[in-house]
Design a protein around this ligand. Structure first.
Ligand code: ATP
Ligand code: FE
Ligand code: MG
Length: 353
């Protein structure tokens, strides 16, 4: 099926067009620059930016893919989770588009979309089930057991406090680096040593593992970095930004990969799929591949351009649902800012597609 996907859960207006599992176009307009000076996304600013960007983005995506609106078989949209106002703009636009074209509408989960991005990897083999999935983004850090992307996503564990991306953003701020923190920490870490400082690995003690084997915690790590920065300042020393960045990054990467591979071992699943904006981190990808290799686990990583928020992953998930014969959503759904990852599609209708 030819599917147009609309993503507006945060600060990226993403329009993607896919045919089956083939990516045709992926247009992303970001309001990031408007938020940078506030050190985080301002919901009202993001919603208004989506409103302005949607129409030109849809036109650009159609132009890029060489298809016309009339050829689209289905419309897909992120229903949640995300910022309520931002989501609402996308949901409204998707309903209007589906109704005016007379095409089915699929309202899907943003987080499952991050995982569905893997399907669009043209070099990779078809996704095999079950697979463990590590989802690391700005708002979420979750370990999932995916038995089928269209029917069965189980939450094994998640962060008890900050998301990994959020930790990158907060630590960047502590180090005086701009928002968003991930890429800036990466750059600073390049000239630092990962072994310079031993930062804590959250929920990794034997006593934590009994109850929180697949859960994460990054707030203690953030506090440890803050204390380190304070102490060097109090001692009148320059903060060794490169070493702190590299050691912090290592602590995050270590705990993410360790827990993901523990899940693979426990469930005897030799497959690990990575998804979410933090996967853009090269060190994370390198360590995951190296340690998975040693453990006999195959790693799947979506193309980098599909790791951060985009419409193609939303279209890809809807395309999977359609190919699995799932009915479209009814128009009764709205934005759900706290939609759980186990709800792959919302407002499924009674009738088959
Ligand atoms: P969610 O998907 O949970 O709703 P989100 O959509 O805001 O959250 P993404 O867009 O998937 O999250 O990812 C953004 C996050 O990825 C930010 O926190 C950013 O700092 C982080 N990030 C981006 N590049 C890198 C990098 N190279 N290293 C580490 N983190 C990164
Ligand atoms: Fe996201
Ligand atoms: Mg984003």
């Amino acid at each position: 099926p030819l599917v147009l996907g609309i993503e507006t859960s945060c600060d990226e207006t993403g329009i993607g067009i896919v045919r089956g599992r083939t990516l045709l176009s992926n247009t992303i307009a970001s309001s990031m620059d408007e938020h940078a000076r506030f050190g985080g996304v301002v919901p009202e600013v993001a919603a208004r930016a989506h409103l302005e960007a949607l129409q030109p983005s849809i036109e650009a995506a159609l132009r890029e893919s060489g298809v016309s609106l009339a050829e689209i078989d289905a419309v897909a949209v992120t229903s949640g989770p995300g910022l309520a106002g931002a989501l609402m703009v996308g949901v409204g636009a998707a309903k209007a588009l589906a109704v005016s074209l007379g095409r089915p509408l699929y309202a899907v989960n943003h987080l499952v979309g991050h995982i569905a991005a893997d399907i669009l990897d043209s070099e990779a083999l078809p996704l095999e089930y079950p697979t463990v999935a590590l989802l690391v983004s700005g708002g979420h850090t979750s370990l999932l057991l995916v038995r089928d992307l269209t029917t069965d996503v189980e939450l094994l564990g998640e962060t008890m406090d900050d998301a990994a991306g959020e930790a990158f953003d907060k630590v960047a701020r502590l180090l005086g680096l701009p928002y968003p923190g991930g890429p800036h920490i990466d750059r600073a870490a390049a000239s630092g040593s990962a072994e310079a400082i031993r930062f804590p690995r959250g929920l990794s003690r034997a006593s934590d593992l009994a109850e929180h084997r697949y859960d994460f915690s990054f707030s203690g790590l953030k506090t440890a970095v803050a204390r380190w920065v304070e102490q060097s300042e109090a001692a009148g020393e320059a903060v060794p930004v490169a070493d702190v960045a590299a050691s912090f990054r290592e602590a995050v990467v270590d705990v993410l990969v360790t827990k993901a591979l523990a899940a693979c071992a426990d469930y005897a699943v030799p497959r690990l799929l990575l998804g979410g904006g933090v996967i853009a981190n090269k060190r994370l990808r390198d360590v995951a591949i190296e340690r998975a290799d040693a453990a006999g686990v195959t790693v799947r990583i979506p193309p980098l351009s599909l790791c951060t928020d985009n419409g193609a992953m939303i279209a890809a998930l809807a395309s999977e649902l359609i190919m699995a014969g799932r009915p479209p959503s009814t128009l009764g759904f709205g934005a759900d800012s706290t939609l759980p990852v186990t709800e792959i599609q919302v407002a499924e209708s009674e009738e088959a597609a």
